[in-house]
Design a binder for this molecule. Sequence first.
Ligand code: ATP
Length: 230
Amino acid sequence: MTKFICETKNLSKKYKDFYALKNVNLTIPKGEIYGLVGENGAGKTTTIKLILGLQNITSGKVYINGYNIEENFTKAIQSVGTIVESPDLYMYMSGYENLKLVANLYKNVDTNRINEIVKLVGLENRIKDKVSKYSLGMRQRLGIAQALLHNPKLLILDEPTNGLDPEGIKEVKVLLKRLAEKENMAILISSHNLAELDTFCNKISIIKNGEIVKKDLMEKNKWNEEFADL
Ligand code: ATP
C-alpha cells in the first residue's frame, strides 16, 4: 500500500525549448487538502494536466493510488475525480438529471450512490430544481458531486473558486473540508490567490516559472513570513 494517493516525482514538461514545469515533487496523503498556488502562467494547469494524463510528460513520474499514470492509466485514473475547467452542466435539466447523466457513464453508480452524494454536497433540498435556478456556489457543488459519483480517492480542482461570490467560495470550502475530514479524500486544488487558501489547506506549495519555490508550507503565520519576499 502506498502512503500517498497522489505523488509526482521530478515532473517536468517542455514545450519546444521552453520548460513550463521543472522537477515538480508533490505528495498528497489521504485526508489532506493540498493547495498549489501561483500566478497566471506559473504552471498550475500544466501540473494538473500531467497528473491527469491529459498531456504527455517530458520527464518524471506521476503515481495515483500507487499506479503510474503512463504505464497503468486506467487503474490510476479510476481513483480520480476532477472538474476540467468549469463543470459540465445542462442548465435546463435538474441537478438530479445532471447527476444521472454522469452516473450512466459508470457501471456501478446506482440511485443509492447518487442520493448519498447529493446529501454529501448538501443539495438534497434543491436537487429536483433546474440548474438554471442554482447559485454559482450550488453549480460548483453539483459539479463536484458529478466528480465524486464513482467514489474516487483523489479530487483535483483547478481554481475551483474562480468566479464565485464570497458566499459561493465559503460553500465550496466547507464542502471540501468535509470531504477531506469525513470522507478521508485527498484533494489537490490550485489557485492564484494565496489569501484564499489561507486557513483552509493542510499544506501549500508555491509554484513560480514552473518550479516549486516554497514547498509544503503548513501554518498561516509561516506562510505570511515566507511570502513576504515573493
Ligand atoms: P493560469 O492560471 O493562467 O492557467 P497556470 O499556472 O495554470 O496559469 P499553465 O497554463 O500551466 O499556467 O502554463 C505554464 C506555462 O506554459 C505558461 O508560460 C504557458 O504560456 C505555457 N504553456 C501552456 N500550455 C502551452 C502549450 N500548449 N504550448 C506552449 N506553451 C504552453
